[in-house]
Design a protein around this ligand. Structure first.
Ligand code: NDP
Length: 319
């Protein structure tokens, strides 16, 4: 099956149903060589959106993606790339855990320099900042767009109220409105996308670029017989993945059985379930190898086989 493209919310930008991100992987598990291979595989499958952030591997992830894209010789009009700002990479006051104007205006310049680009397509407020007025943040992102450093802006893991407040400020002041939100969405984390944001899709035309579709790998079934060597759960600070996997063992086993019956992999079935939600503009895939990415892009086949009955069964698997 060929890659579908969806409008990013009510914007005119078309993003591929599946996209590819670099969190955890680029700069630790994935070097520039593997990154190039992965980007090439993704592009050949029709992926046009590549997700990144300032904080990923403290800037290294942006450097690797920028370098890989240059080596691949991609033209700037061929791909959509993002960065996300909030945590910062300078350990000092005003430069971390903030969305103040001072931080944001230098952070976008730093990201562009590491990526080696004149502009990013999408820029996100990576988290909300209760210590900065939302108006100050809206002005800063709107100015980035006016300055030609980004084309669209949005939020990540903001509450529905915060998103609506940002939208209304922008509307009142004739500033650039937030276009998209980036929430976690997978079979284990559903509240924001399915309940909290329910009114925003129609009211403000919110688009979603969703993260961790496999709950960090738990939904592949790879943790059912313990923690495999080299997997994300073995990385420093990510030990809780194993515990989370144990908690959902029964549901994951049922997912594996359903996938076997459909002749797709559990990962492909879990990814197809995310993609089947019409509010999801693009599902951001993660992969620590080329092989995993190839498997995950095969979710398009699972999506074709996902009948309403099967989707309903999946909806209740972890309930
Ligand atoms: P997933 O939940 O899909 O987890 C991906 C990881 O699961 C891989 O790195 C790999 O880890 C394992 N995996 C994936 N596919 C397979 C497979 N077929 N077989 C076996 N193992 C597999 O997504 P991520 O958590 O990586 O998130 C995806 C993207 O979303 C990120 O790159 C980032 O761009 C974005 N994101 C955004 C956040 C935000 O706050 N806005 C937060 C988190 C992510 P391993 O091989 O190491 O076990």
């Amino acid at each position: 099956p060929s890659m579908p493209y969806n409008r990013l919310g009510s914007s005119g930008l078309q993003v591929s149903q599946f996209s590819f991100g670099s969190w955890v992987t680029f700069g630790s598990q994935v070097d520039t060589g593997i990154a190039k291979e992965q980007l090439q595989i993704a592009a050949e499958a029709g992926v046009n959106f590549f997700d990144n952030a300032e904080s990923y591997a403290f800037g290294k992830s942006e450097e690797i993606m920028g370098q890989a894209i240059r080596e691949l010789g991609w033209k700037r009009h061929e791909y959509i790339i993002s960065t996300k700002l909030f945590w910062g990479i300078h350990d000092m006051v005003n430069m971390k855990n903030t969305l103040n104007r001072k931080y944001l205006m230098q952070a976008i310049d730093g990201s562009l320099e590491r990526l080696g680009l004149d502009y990013v397509d999408l820029v996100y407020a990576h988290r909300p900042d209760p210590n900065t007025p939302i108006e100050e943040t809206v002005y800063a992102f709107s100015d980035m767009i006016s300055q030609g450093k980004a084309l669209y802006w949005g939020t990540s893991e903001w509450s529905a109220d915060e998103i609506r407040a940002a939208y209304e400020i922008a509307d009142r002041r004739n500033l650039r409105k937030p276009v998209m939100e980036q929430p976690q969405y997978n079979l284990l984390h559903r509240h924001k996308v399915e309940s909290e944001f329910a009114r925003l899709y129609e009211d403000i035309g919110l688009g979603l670029t969703t993260w961790s579709p496999l709950a960090s790998g738990i939904l592949t079934g790879k943790y059912l017989d313990g923690v495999p060597e080299g997997s994300r759960a073995t990385l420093k600070g990510r030990e809780s993945i194993a515990e989370e996997a144990r908690k959902h063992e029964k549901g994951v086993r049922a997912l594996v059985a359903m996938a076997n019956e459909l002749e797709v992999s559990p990962a492909q079935l879990a990814l197809a379930w995310v993609a089947a939600n019409p509010h999801v503009s693009t599902v951001i895939l993660g992969a620590s190898s080329a092989k995993q990415l190839e498997e995950n892009l095969g979710a398009l086949t699972a999506l074709e086989r996902l009948t309403p009955e099967l989707k309903d069964k999946l909806d209740h698997l972890f309930a």
